[in-house]
Design a protein around this ligand. Structure first.
Ligand SMILES: Cc1ncc(COP(=O)(O)O)c(C=O)c1O
Length: 364
């Protein structure tokens, strides 16, 4: 599906996302076979995932039920409802650095001051930095599982501690978990929401990274902020798009989503290994890559003298698009870094283009 290929400005290689095409067929089948049990979406779109199997898919940590959920038009819409409901212009929001550009732009667009906190490529945001920032911040937004662009995944103890600290200071934690289902290992990482005792975590996710970005199906578990979110949703979009939600709900119920995820996770892990190996073989000496245990992002750090904005200019002439590190910050940093997306199907063409990027980097 073209939307999938367009979704990341990483390596644009004109490849069709095969697993998403087959997903479309599977969804249609799911809809047909289960139409007698179709789930009705209410005005807030709260009920589409109300079957046992459906809820299970997004239920990580086990402390949610269908009444805790508000559906949205994708993950970005979920994040924007949270920021609009809880922030006002001039407030400060703490985020990971580097950070997904959509979040930077959204926060900036809403007049929030962005505080970019140091983030480890393996373990995520540095807790000490967050603790120091507490007196200055009004909100916190994190991607604890396989964040974009680093691919980091916070250990459970860090998640637990962060949930506790932010709750003690009454600072809402917006958790973006769009990548949580894409783990390479045998166990799904927990989300911060599973440590949330008083409803201070607003858990946001979508099917965009796992199934289809174009369906715009997402949700929030807003905890104690549910009323605020519902009011905003009513104001901005009245309800979710029930036909798509029903199709996805039936797909979840059919059990095909779990099978699809198993296959997708395997594919991504193989892609990841192929990317890392090709980078090791063909990128300039001294190039480092992050070592994500899931997700779609690989963070590449070149020698300091290689500016990825320059690399972008060279690569785009060969019809290859990379995501330079500068896209992921408002500060003067990450000039020698870039993000690659491992979500595109691996092929000879992908490998050739990746090698071309390496060759171009050698010339800088
Ligand atoms: C970290 C992160 N959050 C949210 C989104 C947006 O998700 P959606 O397509 O469901 O709006 C993206 C998309 O790339 C993302 O990388």
């Amino acid at each position: 599906m073209r939307v999938w290929a367009l979704f990341f400005a990483c390596l644009y290689l004109n490849i069709q996302g095969q697993h998403h095409t087959s997903t479309w067929n599977s969804i249609n089948n799911g809809l047909l076979h289960n139409s007698a049990e179709a789930i009705v979406t209410d005005i807030y779109g709260v009920t589409w995932i109300s079957t046992k199997d459906g809820v299970r898919s997004i239920h990580w940590g086990g402390n949610l039920n269908e009444n805790d959920l508000v559906t949205t038009n994708g993950g970005m819409n979920a994040l924007s409802f949270c920021l609009m409901a809880l922030g006002k212009p001039g407030d400060t929001i703490a985020i990971e650095s580097p950070c997904y550009p959509g979040i930077l732009q959204l926060a900036n667009g809403l007049g929030l001051k962005v505080l970019e906190l140091p983030t480890h490529p393996t373990t995520g945001i540095e807790i000490d930095a967050l603790k120091k920032a507490i007196p200055k911040i009004d909100l916190c937004l994190l991607i604890p599982n396989f964040n974009s662009p680093l691919g980091s995944c916070m250990p459970d103890e860090n998640k637990k501690e962060i949930v506790k600290i932010l709750s003690e200071h009454n600072i809402p934690l917006i958790e973006d978990d769009v990548y949580g289902d894409l783990y390479f290992g045998s166990v799904r990482p927990k989300c911060c929401k599973s440590f949330d005792k008083d409803g201070n975590v607003l858990y946001c996710s979508s099917i965009s990274k796992t199934l289809a970005p174009g369906y715009r199906v997402g949700w929030i578990a807003p905890g104690k902020y549910k009323e605020k979110i519902l009011k905003l949703k009513l104001l901005h979009s009245t309800s979710s798009i029930s036909i798509v939600n029903e199709a996805v709900a039936n797909f979840l119920k059919s059990g095909k989503y779990e099978k699809h995820l198993q296959q997708l996770r395997k594919t991504l892990q193989v892609n990841y290994q192929n990317y890392v190996q090709t980078i090791a073989e063909s990128f300039p000496e001294g190039t480092k890559t992050s070592r994500p245990q899931g997700g779609l992002s690989l963070w590449v750090e070149f020698d300091k003298k290689i500016r990825t904005t320059e690399l972008y200019d060279l690569a785009i002439k060969q019809n290859i698009s990379i995501a330079p590190g500068r896209m992921f910050t408002f500060q003067d940093q990450f000039e020698n870094c870039m993000r690659l997306c491992i979500g595109l199907p691996w092929s000879e063409d992908t490998q050739t283009k990746l090698r071309q990027v390496g060759n171009l980097a050698r010339k800088i």
